[in-house]
Design a protein around this ligand. Structure first.
Ligand code: MG
Length: 165
């Protein structure tokens, strides 16, 4: 980048929570994680991917994922959230933006997510055609506090930096 070229940057944040139930798979960051409980939702309820999508949309003031993939639309029933992520990324790219980096936190009391984090980063980076080192995924418990602490749900937070040269 030379002196007369200015790099534009935009930041967005996203949050999501889904309820844990006994008859659903647990999918986080596109990874199917063995657990006795899974997340309830119209799509695959991948709460991490949803938070990342909302952060990407928020960075460009494009609304939220409920606008693009309404839970009333049968088209998105059981949808693979990584496919939805690629659609959101298309909106970003069409406007001439790229991803600088993503950082995220999954808040879950159980199961231990550490063994799955590398795979989540690889999956998300693969869809977005970026490097895994541009995708931060962290995991924490809620110290048994509140609905997440009682294992009634899993939540996720994400921030995304977009760049445009
Ligand atoms: Mg959601």
């Amino acid at each position: 980048m030379t002196n007369n070229q200015k790099m534009n940057i935009r930041i967005g944040n996203g949050y999501d929570i889904h309820r844990l139930v006994s008859d659903r798979p647990l999918i986080l960051g596109g990874v199917n994680i063995p657990h006795s409980l899974g997340l309830l939702g119209h799509s695959d309820a991948d709460v991490l991917t949803h938070a990342i999508m909302d952060a990407m949309l928020g960075a460009l003031s494009l609304g939220d994922i409920g606008h693009y993939f309404p839970p009333t639309d049968p088209q998105w029933a059981g949808a693979d959230s990584l496919v939805l992520l690629s659609k959101v990324y298309q909106l970003v790219q069409e406007r001439g933006w790229q991803i600088g980096n993503i950082d995220s936190v999954v808040v879950a009391e159980r199961p231990k997510l550490k063994p799955h984090i590398e795979k989540m980063r690889e999956k998300i980076a693969g869809v977005l055609q970026i490097q895994p080192n541009q995708v931060g995924v962290k995991a924490t418990t809620n110290e048994k506090l509140g609905p997440v602490g009682r294992e009634e749900g899993i939540s996720a937070y994400a921030v995304v930096l977009l760049t445009q040269e």
